[in-house]
Design a protein around this ligand. Structure first.
Ligand SMILES: [Zn+2]
Length: 728
């Protein structure tokens, strides 16, 4: 699973997802994603580039579940073909386990990396396209029907002739309004009015969220926007971060030129925009601090918000977005950057505010303009990720339709690709892992009995979502696609209507914690701290992660470790701060928490020593939650594998013991080639460790890996037993 960071407080995941869908404005979407990420305990407000990054991150969080694991026989994957046998397992396990795979699988030009996750995404493109094609030429379906929406959106998106003819005409009326602003008062008023339409013109915002201290209650969050990258990119950028900043500024300038500004004007406007963005960004929490929920949640009354942040017209903003007038309390994520927003709104010249707004208007919906806009965005993406080739239009249409009609597509997807029997089988598999986690918790020697009891309660209170939600949210009935309007006008209307529908459906209503945060066709999985739920969409419950041709040793190593990873998130350095109900509430004794911190520090220190590129090291503190997830996930999956072996022993196949197959399958899940740009980006802005370290840094902490491959002190990866991290 992103230069995260924004304001806010915690929002119910699905609501964010729905908001995200209805809000076509990219900057706004980042705002929503920031909140979404908050749910993951990553942080708050987020930015544009981050959007794509987050999606990638989430995809990396995927859990791949075995459709038929429970009933599997004993056939082995062809692990030998992946090996580089010139390397000893104990010297470089990554190279040993998947060296030939890496050599034989170059990166596809349309992606900045490859591997099992990307393979599933590619398969999904074909599958979803096949679903869309059923409606692509059906022009007489009833307006508002699922097929009509899918077909109409597809035709509008694919109509390159009309789109290119229009150029940026769809946003021209809005640009004119910005350009005609004369006073600060007019600027501030239009900022809010345009935010309502999905343009991200206000560097602050309000959104629907959950109370982190009482996750059964909806509340509003408020916070800053504006910053589109993590704090480090503004405050103290390293070489790769500087390069990304330069690419972004170049993009800003070009976009401004493309809507009629002269080179000199575009340069001035870009610098003004960047100054505003930088001013806010530098005041935000860094990526380590924003993972700390205690630093990112500040509940206050509505009156106190108005009192403490007088420089922002909250009432005007609330009313412009048609939010309820009975907001009694709000959660402000980060106080300092919001104060900075107040100051800059008062101090920045009207011309500079207009420049900021103009760029936001251009960027909000530029994916719906002519090809020169989408091409320029791709050039930016290429610069920051190293991807070589833009995806063909049909693949972009698939992504667009999937983004906006995800539940509509999801129902079709499940019917076509996910039989009910699979749901039951996977559910049983997850329960196996839960039992293994319980076994290990009971044998835990460092926790007191009272804390251990609470941990067991939390483990058993976890809600398990497999494949698709038990209940559809049915929010896409408010999405109306009209072919007599261009895409921009469609999405402005949809944004307005859907926000109103969102409030009608959720405000003052009971919170349903079984809501699934992802659509069934999402190649992803996650733990949601405020719901204490683990979620495994249908799209990941298939090969190559789960291989029905493989025996259970390999499947526990692949699918099992990922399931264990998500469960362990409930007990990582952030997740452990939430109780079994999903409330931010300490359930630890002081002594046990101190022991926990001591153990996790071993992991943090160890990962900080991992060098991804010359001079660029992993941040062990930032990636700690994910590394605890992997450490726990492998341990728990291995225990589930051992439990199974007691019932049904496996033998050596192709020279590999069952335990060896477990770890070879684990390495295969993470095998991937990656561009240096994307690798740097992952280290600089992702809370996950790069894939190579999820193998080569994670496994030396696992005793059973040493036993499986007879790793000796003379081997390069050897770590003495007393120095290995053991958390769960
Ligand atoms: Zn994770």
């Amino acid at each position: 699973m992103s230069e995260y960071q924004w304001l806010t407080c915690i929002i119910i995941f699905k609501i964010c997802k729905i908001s995200f869908k209805i809000c076509k404005n990219k900057q706004k979407r980042h705002h929503i994603l920031g909140i979404l990420e908050n749910l993951f305990n990553f942080a708050k407000f987020k930015t544009k580039n981050i959007l794509k990054k987050i999606k990638t991150v989430m995809k990396k969080l995927m859990i791949i579940v075995a459709l038929a694991l429970v009933s599997m026989a004993g056939v082995a994957q062809n692990f030998r073909a992946n090996l580089d046998e010139s390397v000893k397992p104990g010297d470089d396990f990554w190279q040993y386990a998947v060296g030939s795979w890496l050599k034989n699988n170059p990166i596809d030009k349309e992606y900045p990396m490859n591997g099992a996750f990307v393979d599933l995404m590619k398969q999904n493109e074909l599958r979803i396209n096949a679903l869309i094609m059923k409606y692509a030429n059906e022009k007489n379906l009833p307006q508002g029907s699922d097929g009509q929406k899918i077909g109409a959106l597809y035709r509008l998106y694919m109509d390159s002739v009309s789109r290119n003819k229009l150029g940026y005409e769809p946003i021209l009326p809005y640009l004119k309004q910005v350009r005609e602003i004369n006073t600060r008062e007019e600027a501030l008023k239009l900022m809010a009015a345009f935010d309502a339409k999905g343009f991200n013109t206000a560097p602050y915002g309000i959104s629907l969220s959950l109370n982190p201290f009482n996750s059964s209650e909806y509340m509003m969050s408020a916070g800053h926007g504006g910053a589109t990258m993590a704090q480090e990119y503004y405050a103290d950028p390293n070489e790769q971060q500087k390069a990304e900043v330069a690419a972004k500024k170049s993009l800003y300038k070009d976009l401004l030129k493309m809507v009629g500004n002269s080179d000199a004007d575009a340069e001035r406007m870009m610098e003004a925009t960047w100054a505003i963005e930088h001013r806010i960004g530098v005041k935000t929490l860094n990526q380590v601090d924003r993972r700390d929920p205690m630093k990112t949640n500040h509940i206050m009354s509505w009156e106190q918000l108005l009192q403490d942040f007088k420089g922002i017209d909250w009432v005007g903003y609330r009313d412009a977005l048609n939010y309820p007038k009975d907001i009694d309390q709000v959660n402000v994520s980060q106080l300092e950057p919001l104060h900075e927003v107040e100051a800059l709104l008062a101090e920045t010249s009207v011309e500079d505010l207009k420049a900021y707004m103009e760029l936001r208007v251009v960027r909000a919906y530029n994916e719906y303009l002519s090809d020169d806009f989408t091409d320029r965005e791709f050039e930016y993406k290429k610069a920051i990720s190293g991807v070589q080739q833009q995806k063909p239009r049909w693949k972009r249409a698939v992504a667009e339709i999937d983004d906006n009609l995800e539940e509509t597509i999801g129902k079709l997807y499940v019917a076509e690709y996910f039989p009910e029997t699979s749901k039951q089988r996977v559910y049983r598999l997850v329960k196996d892992l839960q039992q293994a986690f319980e076994d290990r918790l009971k044998e835990n020697t460092w926790m007191s009995d009272s804390t251990k009891t609470k941990a067991l309660e939390k483990l058993h209170a976890m809600y398990i979502n497999v494949g698709y939600p038990n209940k559809w949210e049915d929010m896409e009935k408010f999405i109306d696609i009209r072919e007599d309007q261009n895409l921009v006008e469609n999405f402005i209307r949809i944004t307005l209507e859907s926000r109103a529908a969102l409030i009608r459906k959720y405000w003052h209503k009971p919170v349903d914690k079984t809501i699934m945060p992802f659509s069934p066709q999402t190649v992803n999985a996650c733990y949601v701290p405020m719901f204490n739920s683990i979620n495994f969409p249908a799209a990941i419950l298939q090969p190559p992660f789960f291989d029905p041709e493989s025996d259970y040793a390999a499947n526990y190593g692949a699918v099992g470790a990922v399931i264990g990873h998500e469960m362990s998130h409930g007990f990582d350095d952030e997740g452990c701060q939430y109780d079994k109900e999903g409330n931010l509430k300490n359930w630890w004794s002081t002594e046990d928490k101190a022991k926990y911190d001591e153990r996790t520090k071993v992991l943090a220190d160890w990962f900080s020593k991992q060098e991804a590129l010359p001079g660029l090291f992993v941040n062990g503190q930032k990636t700690l939650g994910e590394n605890i997830g992997d450490n726990g996930g492998i341990q728990v999956a291995y225990r589930a594998f051992e439990n199974r072996m007691k019932q049904e022993s496996l033998s050596t196949v192709d020279g590999f013991t069952p335990a060896q197959r477990f770890f070879l399958a684990y390495a295969r899940v993470w095998a991937s080639n990656i561009t240096p740009e994307f690798l740097a980006r992952a280290v600089n802005s992702d809370v996950h460790s790069p894939h190579i370290f999820r193998v080569n840094a994670a496994l030396p902490m696992i005793d059973s890996w040493y036993d499986a491959f007879n790793i000796q002190p003379s081997d390069k990866m050897f770590i003495p037993k007393e120095k290995r991290a053991l958390v769960w």
